[in-house]
Every structure is written in structure tokens, then in C-alpha cells.
Write a protein of this length. Structure first.
Lengths: 103, 226
């Protein structure tokens, strides 16, 4: 029961993290400077998110040759082809290959 | 809005390939629920109720370890705090939208939906709304089903496949297609390095601080340029 209560509370909280500014600021007029600054939110969060996903629960960042090779491949293939399936397949192949070689 | 509108269909097709990297995440979630000792259906209910993998995993892990409701919910919300940034960034796009969409849209504003919608520019609010909902609810349907399957088969997958690496790979791909000038690349690198330096902050707090430092750098560059 207490788990369900916690889940509902976290659900309501998560909803408002996503909705609060949409619900309160959607009718506001944003200045061009603010709008251009908001253009940096996506690259900043994605950069932070990638590193965060490579961080173990003990707080160590796992970033060896295999991870670097995989991430670089993903960036290059995605930028060239704009196809996320190609990027995923090639990056995972490089990652597994380098992982096997380094071991 | 018709389910057969071309924008709805194309939106769903845009989202489909991106669900693949979320499959390992659903399996990891299944393992977390299994090892927490929490009833499977209660653990799974967090998928439709919270709809956010990282927050769900944090919540279930902490509750399984015996943390209080307040502590577990707070940690889950800190992990999800980046959604505040998505909310403010998406707000201008909701200007000419009906009230029901302003209330419904945030429910599916997950990382992938934000990343995909940031790559698109729609002058027509109807097109924006149809794409947003089609992409969002394609992910939603996938996640609700995949986490149910994950709870059943997650504990059976061998750990040495390292399939969880598909998640950072996906976001690197989204970053590379969206970062269309050197300033955005610099901002992403600085945010990533800051997050790495703060890796031992509790509840992955370094993610939020790193992202904020990156955005502040972007804002400073915009100001200096004028």
C-alpha cells in the first residue's frame, strides 16, 4: 500500500515537473534572447544525461575505449545519416568489438 | 484530431525506431522490481502513473531498500528535475494550443519526446500538437507494455551483454543531429564534463548542475554576441 502511495506521489510530482511552466507560461511573450537561450537546453541536458547514464550508482564514470568509440560512432553516423537505427547499430557494434578487444 | 491524420502516423513512425534503445531499460526496470521484493503489479503500475524510467527505477530501488516514502519520492523527483527545463523550453510552443492539450501534453514530455520535438519547427500549432501526441503516446504504449515484459524476462537476461549502453548511444545520436553549431557542441561538452566532475553527488544531482552550467554558458554566449 505504501509503495502505491509513493508511486502516486512521485507520479503527481513528475507530472508537475513537466507541466508547471507549460501551464503557467504558455501565454507569456518570450523575448528573442530568452528563446535563443532555450535553444541550449537540449544540448546541455543531452550532454549531461549521456555522462549521467555512464555513471555507476557508486559515482564512478565508466568511460573507457569501448564507450568512447561507441559514442563517437553514434555521433558521426547520426550527424551524417540522420538515421538513429544506423547510429545505434554501428555504435553498439563498435562498442562490443572494442570491449572484446580490450579485455 | 484524427488517428489517421498523416501527422499522427508520421509522428508514430518517427518514434518507433527510438523505442529500441529503451528495451534494455525496460529489462533493467524488470530486474529492479524483481530484486526490490515489491509486488510485480505494484512496481509495474509506476509505468502508467509516473511514465519516467529513471524516476521509476530510483523510487522502486529506494523503497525496496526500506527508505521512507518521503525520501524515495524526493529522490525520484530530484532525478527527474531536468523536466523543469523541458517544461520551460516547450512553453512557447503551447501558446496557441487548447487547454486540454496543455494539461495532457506534459504527461508524455519524456526525454525522447523533448529531444525529438526540439529538432522540429512547426508554425502550425495543429501539426505540432498532432506530432507531439503521436510521438508521446507511441512511447507511452511501448513503455507500458515493455516494462510488463521486462518484469517477466528481465531477470533472465545475462548481465555481460551490456545492452544498457544503448541508452547513452541514443542520446548521443539525438545530440549529434540537434547540435547544429559550434556553440551548442561546446555547451554539450561543458555540461557533460561538469556532470562527470560531480559524479558522486547524491541522486545524480550532478546531471542537473551540469545541465544548468551548460545553459548558463549558452546564455552568456548569446548575451556577448549582441
Amino acid at each position: 500500500m505504501s509503495v502505491l502511495v509513493a508511486t502516486v506521489l512521485a507520479g503527481i510530482g513528475t507530472y508537475f515537473l513537466r507541466g508547471i511552466f507549460i501551464l503557467t507560461l504558455a501565454d507569456r511573450q518570450f523575448s528573442p534572447l530568452v528563446l535563443r537561450t532555450l535553444g541550449y537546453v537540449s544540448p546541455a541536458v543531452m550532454g549531461a544525461l549521456i555522462v549521467s547514464m555512464l555513471t555507476t550508482s557508486e559515482g564512478t564514470v565508466t568511460l573507457g575505449a569501448a564507450e568512447l568509440g561507441g559514442l563517437a560512432t553514434a555521433a558521426l553516423v547520426a550527424a551524417r545519416t540522420r538515421n538513429h537505427i544506423y547510429a545505434l547499430l554501428s555504435a553498439m557494434s563498435v562498442y562490443w568489438l572494442l570491449g572484446a578487444l580490450v579485455q | 484530431m484524427s488517428l489517421f491524420s498523416p501527422h499522427v502516423r508520421q509522428g508514430a513512425l518517427t518514434a518507433l525506431p527510438l523505442v529500441i534503445p529503451a528495451i534494455p531499460f525496460a529489462l533493467v526496470f524488470g530486474i529492479v522490481v524483481e530484486s526490490s521484493g515489491i509486488a510485480a503489479w505494484v512496481g509495474w503500475s509506476s509505468s502508467p502513473i509516473i511514465f519516467g524510467g529513471a524516476a521509476q527505477i530510483t523510487l522502486i530501488t529506494l523503497l525496496g531498500e526500506g527508505a521512507s516514502i518521503a525520501a524515495a519520492v524526493t529522490a525520484a523527483l530530484i532525478v527527474g528535475a531536468r523536466h523543469l527545463l523541458y517544461s520551460v523550453t516547450m512553453a512557447p510552443h503551447f501558446k496557441d494550443q487548447p487547454l486540454w492539450f496543455r494539461w495532457l501534453g506534459p504527461y508524455v514530455l519524456i526525454d525522447q519526446v523533448f529531444a525529438l520535438m526540439s529538432l522540429e519547427h512547426h508554425d502550425d500549432p495543429d501539426v505540432f500538437r498532432q506530432r507531439f501526441l503521436a510521438i508521446g503516446f507511441t512511447f507511452w504504449a511501448f513503455w507500458v507494455v515493455a516494462t510488463a515484459i521486462g518484469i517477466v524476462i528481465g531477470p533472465l537476461v545475462p548481465g555481460n551483454w551490456n545492452i544498457a549502453f544503448a541508452a547513452p548511444v541514443l542520446f548521443m545520436g539525438l545530440l549529434a543531429t540537434g547540435a547544429n553549431d559550434w556553440r551548442k557542441v561546446l555547451v554539450a561538452i561543458v555540461a557533460g564534463v561538469m556532470t562527470a566532475l560531480l559524479a558522486d553527488m547524491p541522486n545524480k544531482g550532478g546531471l542537473l548542475v551540469g545541465a544548468l552550467v551548460g545553459i548558463a554558458l549558452g546564455a552568456a554566449m548569446e548575451r556577448l554576441q549582441r
